[in-house]
Design a protein. Structure first.
Length: 464
């Protein structure tokens, strides 16, 4: 229970950061609440942008994926992301910042509306984007519940851990807005980058050295492929390079690009982003692979036995039996089990707080939903003009409470999340065309008002 106390202390710190940001920004405009006044400094911009890109999958999921698939997880996911994401920030993020600075855009949909000169299509796009963000928010809450339950040794139930994380995130986003979210993300990023290195050293010493463990894995025919790429075809390996292209198209990443004080800040972000990826992903992937040598951790041995049974007897088993075995092979808690086994209690608590920092990445996504609702719906349809800017900020805060409260009881299924992800990838191709293809232009040409009137008998409303 002692490690859990460290985690609760950490949650109290991030909550205070949000309240402190609220005191600093009381009475500010909607741009101040939703975009931090477009005034984030270079260090906060880099660390908060990197931190908001890292979700529960980065810490828990990457180690679990490496546990089953081996060291190939790092070049497939981390190396490609460390190259492609900075390039998209350089090519797209700078354009987004310039457009936002010049025309006052606060959301991606406002850019669509001005480019296509069609307001209601922008409302549809806003709803679709919100739908695509939901699985990522749920995964963040699920990751918090998994981490808190494992760190407390089961004393905190999974549902309660998820609820606690959701409430803390909701409160500091409610009070701090974008400024509080950026400060919390900066604090969290520093925390999990430092504790990732500490975890690598502590667990390595506890295991007796990584060289001995790696040699043992190579000596066994069943585990030797985990240290190579032989199980992954070159074409499948190369296909993962295209996944990070979607990062810049996420609404919360797009909105974050609008918060920088100067365009020159993107230069440092592009240069340092790959080093942050290396510092975070390498410990997670390496420890996930080395966990296959943990013969003295019963929970890990159960996962290995279930995986072996599926590989040998899978075709002869019933679907229900295969589902039970697949559930046992889920390895999202491998890193937490290693900490529990090899780290002292007090250090396990500190490292657990670092892991919680990584899985609590849904704050910027929740704020992005609130920004999209208040700007693309409330303000666009006259709410801001009728009730004023203060009412818009209050509406955004109420939306934060309602949106996260409605998602706390949800359980995210892998298959449904994958289908939504595939749909969102197709949608993001359209968004990239919107930014770079000159003929992907206004509604007067591509979806003109004349054509819409001919089809629907009503006029397409343009952005005021």
């Amino acid at each position: 229970m002692i490690p859990a106390l460290f985690v609760f202390a950490y949650l109290g710190v991030v909550l205070y950061i949000g309240i402190f940001a609220f005191r600093r920004s009381r009475g500010e405009s909607s741009e101040g609440f939703f975009l931090a006044g477009r005034a984030l400094g270079p260090a906060v911009f880099l660390l908060s942008l990197f931190g908001t890109n890292m979700t529960a999958f980065t810490i828990l999921g990457s180690s679990g994926h490496a546990f089953h698939n081996g060291i190939v997880t790092f070049p497939m996911m981390a190396s490609s992301s460390g190259i492609v994401i900075p390039l998209t920030i350089f090519l797209c993020g700078t354009r987004l910042w310039a457009l936002g600075k010049k025309f006052g855009f606060m959301t991606p949909v406002q850019m669509f509306r001005d480019r296509w000169e069609c307001g209601h299509i922008g409302s549809l796009i806003s709803a679709v984007q919100a739908l695509f963000l939901v699985p990522y928010i749920i995964i963040g809450v699920m990751g918090g519940g998994t981490a808190l339950s494992a760190i407390s040794g089961g004393l905190v139930p999974y549902w309660l851990g998820g609820a606690v994380v959701a409430i803390v995130v909701m409160l500091y986003v409610f009070f701090g807005g974008m400024r509080g979210t950026a400060w919390v993300n900066t604090f969290q990023t520093v925390l999990f980058l430092c504790f990732g290195a500490i975890a690598l050293v502590v667990i390595g010493i506890g295991m007796g050295g990584f060289q001995q463990s790696a040699e043992a894995l190579l000596a066994s025919p069943g585990t030797a492929p985990l240290l190579t790429r032989e199980r992954v075809s070159p074409l499948f390996f190369f296909s993962y390079t295209f996944i990070p292209l979607s990062s810049i198209a996420f609404p919360h990443i797009t909105i974050f690009c609008l918060t920088a004080r100067k365009m020159s800040q993107f230069k440092k972000t592009v240069i340092l982003y790959p080093f942050c990826m290396l510092a975070l992903w390498m410990p997670c992937v390496f420890l996930g692979v080395m966990a296959n040598r943990m013969n003295d951790v019963p929970q890990i041995q159960q996962k290995i036995e279930a995986r072996r049974t599926l590989a040998v007897e899978g075709p002869s088993l019933s679907p229900d039996e295969r589902d039970v075995l697949r559930e046992k092979t889920v390895a999202d808690d491998v890193l937490l089990l290693l900490l529990e086994r090899y780290a002292p209690i007090w250090l396990a608590g500190l490292l657990g707080a670092g892991i919680m920092a990584a899985v609590m990445a849904s704050d910027s996504q929740i704020l992005a939903l609130s920004t999209m609702f208040t700007e693309d719906v409330f303000a666009f349809y006259g709410g801001k003009k009728r009730y004023g800017e203060a009412a818009q900020v209050h509406t955004g805060r109420l939306f934060i409470i309602s949106s996260l409260s409605s998602r706390m009881p949800w359980r995210c299924e892998r298959r449904k999340t994958y289908l939504i992800w595939r749909c969102s990838m197709r949608f993001r191709v359209m968004r990239l065309c919107h930014r770079f293809w000159s003929r992907h232009c206004s509604g007067s040409e591509a979806l003109s008002g004349e054509r819409l009137r001919a089809q629907f008998g009503r006029r397409c409303r343009s952005r005021p």
